[in-house]
Ligand binder design. Structure first.
Ligand SMILES: *Cc1c(COP(=O)(O)O)cnc(C)c1O
Length: 381
């Protein structure tokens, strides 16, 4: 953290060189002449979408993927020029936002195709769209049984053009579901054939997310859409026991001891008095809480790294504060750096470790880091 910024000492460090490393590592692992979309929705899974996108753009990424037009506008306003796909389509009324910001959208409802067609006609342009097929995720997309009818109806619109066809895997991370995943691949290519049969000539054919791209070589199409593994979050979304690309974590979460005190044996600490000291103890208070994204469910369970050692979280995590039992590190003092996610002295706490403790995946852990936690980027964006 730069010394000249005076603020509450809780911050995230984003290692853009590791982002680059992961992109190159995955590209070499796949080793095929395909295109790469970096999925930077949700503020790049909490890593900062503008800075990550700028770095990826400089590294030659072909596309960026966002959830919604609002996220794409933010990137355009930051000067990012690579193609951007709105993976979740758009809401009625956002057509001009798409056109004015040169954002490409996913389409899976004929109503949205009609809205975009009309807006494009009024603006005198032909707008590319990517049609999403629901081959088994069951979330958004044209149902496979409706593909023929959908393709036929799209023919009515002369101001939208199908530039891509895509689908999304439900369980590509689970090799026990290979039959289901292969079924999704088969259904998708049947849909592609229907579109071609109707005279469409899509450029992009994409299916794979991170686990698809790593574990299902038959799903690469001619573009892959990578989120998690670019951020080094492979640990809980890639199948175990297969060859995977080498990945490095991009994010670390840090703070500094704000207060420290001796407490007697048998004192209770924090809301609900859920912790009682079993010995005379040295207790450090750190300025991070559940608002910052350090989940309250880690109360009495989480751990941190302090001066090269693990120290346990004690008592309830509150909105702004967390307590650490540092009795075994008696030289601890106010201002000492504390790592909640990161590596020090050969010790590591990964987002995956925290996710496992919480019964979720690492994506939710990094996405939960709040805006009030400033981010510092090492390596030039
Ligand atoms: C989020 C998302 C991805 C990226 O998934 P990862 O598992 O993070 O690689 C790819 N495609 C779509 C449609 C998505 O919504």
């Amino acid at each position: 953290m730069p010394e000249f910024i005076i603020q509450r000492p809780t911050w995230a460090e984003i290692d853009l060189d590791n982002l680059t490393f992961n992109f190159q590592s995955v590209r070499q692992f796949i080793n095929k002449d395909i295109r790469f979309m970096a999925v930077v929705k949700a503020d790049a899974y909490g890593h900062g979408s503008i800075e990550c996108s700028k770095r990826l753009e400089a590294e030659g990424i072909d596309w960026l993927g966002v959830a919604m037009p609002e996220e794409g506008v933010e990137l355009r306003q930051a000067g990012i020029r690579v193609p951007i796909l709105c993976l979740g389509s758009f809401s009625a009324g956002q057509e001009l936002t798409l056109l004015e910001n040169n954002l490409t959208t996913v389409i899976y409802q004929i109503e949205n195709a009609a809205l975009l067609d009309a807006a494009s006609l009024r603006s005198g342009v032909i707008t590319n769209i990517h049609v999403k097929i629901d081959t088994g995720m069951g979330r958004i997309g044209v149902r496979v049984e409706d593909v023929r009818e959908f393709a036929k109806e799209l023919k009515r619109f002369s101001n939208v053009k199908v530039e891509g066809l895509m689908t999304h895997f439900a369980a590509a991370d689970n090799l026990k579901e290979n039959e289901f995943t292969n079924g999704q691949i088969r259904k998708f290519y049947e849909a592609v054939a229907v579109f071609r049969d109707k005279g469409f000539d899509p450029i992009y054919i994409d299916l794979a997310n991170s686990p698809g791209a790593v574990a299902h070589p038959g799903s690469l199409g001619n573009m892959v859409r990578l989120g998690g593994i670019l951020y080094g979050l492979g640990g809980d979304v890639l199948p175990k026991d297969i060859e995977t690309p080498h990945l490095k974590p991009v994010l670390s979460l840090r703070t500094r001891i704000a207060h420290i005190k001796n407490v007697r044996r048998n004192e209770t600490l924090g809301y609900g008095r859920t912790f009682k000291s079993e010995r005379d103890s040295l207790i450090a208070t750190i300025p991070i809480g559940y608002k910052d994204g350090y989940s309250r469910s880690l109360s009495n369970r989480g751990r941190a790294i302090l001066n090269g050692h693990f120290v346990p979280v004690v008592g309830r995590i509150s909105m702004d504060w967390t307590l650490l039992d540092v009795t075994d590190l008696p030289n601890s003092k106010i201002g000492d750096e504390v790592i909640l996610i990161g590596v020090q002295n050969g010790l590591q706490i990964s987002a995956e470790d925290i996710a496992a403790e919480l019964g979720t995946i690492s994506y939710e852990v990094t996405c939960s880091i709040d805006r009030r936690v400033p981010k510092f980027y090492n390596g030039k964006a």
